[in-house]
Design a protein around this ligand. Structure first.
Ligand code: NDP
Ligand code: MG
Length: 380
């Protein structure tokens, strides 16, 4: 029985992890669960899974108060509680399914405490990847949950080591605006952008998928996870969403990973590693019909190219990119800027940064806030 500590239990990826734990009660148990501030939902999850340990790590407690209704659950509060959670000697696998960069130090602590770490959180990898990787002690101590990276990991024979790899690619469905009239694109509403044709995800990543920033972030994420230069990884549009990632080897052969577009499968394959568990699938995920692969159009999806350019400049611009994008997406969701302004604001934020490279993880984390401020300043 594997004991799982789940950070981000109340979110969309958290839900995929819970579905796996629920489907295989003899293999996994939810040892502890954490959310940022949504105490009500977190307690519902803990009750359902019989989990005695709940953690809410927002510095503010929000509206949630511990009450007598939950005598069997211990709730701990504040950012330090997260560190306690990931170091618990009873835990086997720690899952990072939270958003933002709040969990950066906890990831390193979990690795140092010999835990197997499953990661969906791309912001932490992009901002802190350089430091996180120094703490990974063996292949597969850090396992990718993001579907495209999980696909590549499967193509590499469930390994993060790119032996004999020439190039990698990850796919994108194209989101809601793949065929939308180009001249009307700058004026689409948050409601339009939140209608993803394939995936049900949190709102930030759904907007990032509509702008294709998500694919840019994922190329950076892949280069960190698999130690391969950015320029040997390509994002490719594949509207059927059957192939999720692929690897081309130096001898000209290729491996592609095909599965249904549901985070259940990446969650299952990473959680059950090194085993493979049986899933009752009715139809082959490949199915029949046409499989389309297209290059990403820079006019329609400038954010993809902005992300790659920022990544080539170094660690500082990666952190600025993460902060600037988060701020721009929030402003768009709040109706304060247009869809067309998202790439403009992010590009200007990156261009206006004149500081140096971060010397530590704390420096890198601070630069995320600099990125947010550089966007806010333009909107005032
Ligand atoms: P959601 O918005 O659905 O969930 C976010 C989770 O993180 C919630 O548990 C939330 O807690 C917590 N959270 C919110 N704010 C913060 C914060 N400031 N610091 C730490 N935790 C916070 O997001 P998703 O599940 O969609 O995405 C989570 C991560 O996984 C992101 O990094 C995303 O890019 C990545 N990812 C998502 C995929 C998907 O299919 N959704 C696929 C691959 C990767 P609370 O409820 O208390 O606010
Ligand atoms: Mg993905």
């Amino acid at each position: 029985m594997y004991k799982i500590a789940l950070i981000g239990a109340t979110g969309s990826v958290g839900n995929a992890i819970l579905r796996v734990i629920d489907a295989y009660p003899d293999v996994f148990s939810l040892h502890s669960a954490a959310a940022y501030s949504n105490g009500e939902k977190l307690i519902r999850i803990c009750k359902k899974f019989g989990t005695p340990k709940a953690y809410l790590f927002s510095p503010q407690m929000g509206s949630f108060k511990k009450n007598d209704d939950i005598p069997d659950i211990t709730v701990r509060f504040g950012p330090e509680s997260l560190e306690e959670m990931v170091c618990d000697p009873e835990v086997d696998k720690v899952v990072f399914a939270s958003s933002g960069v709040t969990s950066l130090k906890a990831i390193i602590l979990a690795l140092d405490n010999e835990k197997e770490v499953l990661i969906a959180n791309k912001e932490c990898l992009i901002v802190g990847g350089k430091w996180i990787k120094e703490h990974v002690k063996y292949d597969n101590q850090l396992l990718p949950l993001d579907s495209e990276h999980n696909a590549i990991w499967q193509c590499l024979g469930k390994s993060c080591k790119p032996f004999g790899v020439k190039r990698m690619f990850i796919t994108a469905s194209g989101g809601p605006f793949l065929n939308y009239p180009l001249d009307a694109l700058p004026r689409v509403t948050p409601k339009d952008a939140l209608k993803h044709p394939v995936w049900q995800m949190g709102s930030k990543i759904t907007i990032d998928s509509a702008t294709m920033m998500n694919k840019g972030l994922e190329v950076i994420e892949a280069s960190i996870l698999f130690d391969i230069p950015i320029d040997r990884i390509e994002g490719i549009i594949h509207p059927e969403s059957k192939i999720h990632g692929g690897v081309e080897f130096v001898d000209g052969s290729m491996q592609l990973a095909v599965f249904n577009p549901d985070m259940f499968l990446p969650a299952l394959s990473a959680l059950s590693y090194p085993q493979r568990l049986d899933v009752p699938v009715e139809e082959s995920p490949l199915g029949f019909g046409t499989l389309t692969l297209e290059r990403i159009d820079p006019k329609r999806f400038p954010c993809y190219f902005i992300a790659l350019e920022a990544a080539r400049k170094g660690e500082a611009c990666r952190a600025i990119l993460v902060g600037a994008d988060e701020e721009a997406v929030n402003l768009f969701i709040e109706g304060k800027i247009s869809f067309g302004q998202i790439p403009e604001l992010i590009e200007k934020a990156l261009d206006s940064y004149s500081g140096g490279e971060p010397k530590s993880l704390d420096d890198a984390s601070d630069l995320v806030n600099v990125g947010k401020k550089l966007v806010k300043k333009q909107v005032k």
